[in-house]
Write a protein that binds this ligand. Structure first.
Ligand code: NAD
Ligand code: UDP
Length: 312
């Protein structure tokens, strides 16, 4: 029997490369499309000699013509540091990336999954966030290129579904961490671990009372694959994340403890529009996907710390 052909945009990035590993393990024929903006060939080097893995250097802003059965659309910088470097390009990536992959899904009949984000909730007025919460998002701030790009991508997904019957799945990913995060990525988990391992000051933005919920990458990938293969007609959006909620200061203290570091906490200015709280309500994922995270923060951090020890 022919293997399932699966296209992964953003496949050389942090989440995308773990997804490619999982799909190869699941006996799929994987096409990885990435322009290496924030991703790296190092993340997929071990797959390059596999005849069922193909890397195409391509920008999703341009249309892509391949034949496939499933599409995971992950291409987009995810770290605030990187998505704000060229905000116009970030919006273009979300918008044209959605257009082009949806057009491909329409032509080929492939099922398509969008990696959306908890950022569609902006700075939420309720905690935890359920999928029916419509969000509190600034349209003109420094994070808007990412937040609004992801929001309009969701809109396009649902319009292609309603107008053209495209088989869509929309996943709202909450903060995820693990091995293969780039050392210079700028997100909080990688920043704190790298700072702690080097015994440098740990940079807390604001007073560290803002909260996030951190999901380990293996749990996230399991949720993503389950969503892709979920029952016909279930589109989402569905939250995938770990409901354990921690302040950023707590995270810093745990990282110092687990690394045995002599780093000190220092406080820097809080970036504009930095959300004050974030925690997924995962009732829907439990019900529809029989999914919940299995790896708690300390355990996931230990594996991530081991990874960064080797990289540094
Ligand atoms: P990442 O930056 O490691 O990966 C993104 C990948 O997309 C990179 O390999 C990059 O080179 C590629 N890319 C960017 N722009 C592109 C373009 N125009 N054309 C082709 N490739 C392009 O980030 P990640 O954490 O792996 O995130 C993957 C996806 O998951 C993103 O869509 C992100 O918005 C979403 N997401 C991630 C998180 C998280 O915590 N990791 C949270 C919410 C949503
Ligand atoms: N943060 C921090 N120090 C850092 C990096 C980030 O205190 O070195 C904070 C950031 O202000 C935010 C939280 O950690 O409140 C999560 O930031 P990240 O960039 O990882 O993701 P976000 O959820 O903001 O997109």
């Amino acid at each position: 029997m022919r293997k399932k052909r699966v296209l992964v945009t953003g496949g050389a990035g942090f989440l995308g490369s773990h997804l490619c590993d999982r799909l190869i393990k699941d006996d799929c024929d994987v096409i990885c499309v990435d322009n290496l903006f924030t991703g790296s060939k190092d993340n997929i080097r071990h797959l390059l000699s596999n005849p069922y893995f193909e890397f195409i250097r391509h920008d999703v802003i341009q249309p892509i013509f391949v034949e496939c059965d499933q599409i995971y659309n992950l291409a987009c910088p995810a770290s605030p540091l990187w998505y704000q470097k060229d905000p116009i390009y970030t919006t273009k990536t979300s918008l044209y990336g959605a257009f082009n992959t949806l057009g491909l899904a329409k032509r080929t009949g492939a099922r398509i999954l969008q990696s959306s984000t908890s950022e569609v909730y902006g700075d939420p007025e309720c905690n935890p966030q359920t999928e029916d919460y419509r969000g509190c998002v600034n349209t003109i701030g420094p994070r808007s290129c990412y937040d609004e790009g992801k929001r309009v991508a969701e809109t396009l997904f649902f319009d292609y579904h309603r107008k053209h019957g495209v088989d869509i799945k929309v996943m709202r990913i909450f903060n995820t961490y693990g091995p293969r995060m780039d050392i210079g990525d700028g997100r909080v988990v990688s920043n704190f671990i790298v700072q702690a391992l080097k015994n440098e000051d740990i940079t807390i933005y604001g007073d560290g009372s803002q909260t996030r919920s951190f999901c380990y990458v293996d749990d996230l990938i399991e949720g993503m694959v389950r969503l892709m293969n979920s029952r016909d007609g279930f589109t989402g959006p569905v939250n995938i994340g770990n409901p354990g909620e921690f302040t950023i200061k707590e995270l810093a203290e745990i990282v110092i403890e687990l690394t045995g570091s002599s780093s000190k906490l220092i406080y820097k200015e809080l970036p504009q529009d930095d959300p004050t709280q974030r925690r997924p309500d995962i009732t829907l994922a439990k019900k529809e996907l029989d999914w919940e995270p299995t790896i708690q923060l300390r355990e996931g951090l230990m594996s991530t710390i081991e990874y960064f020890r080797q990289v540094i």
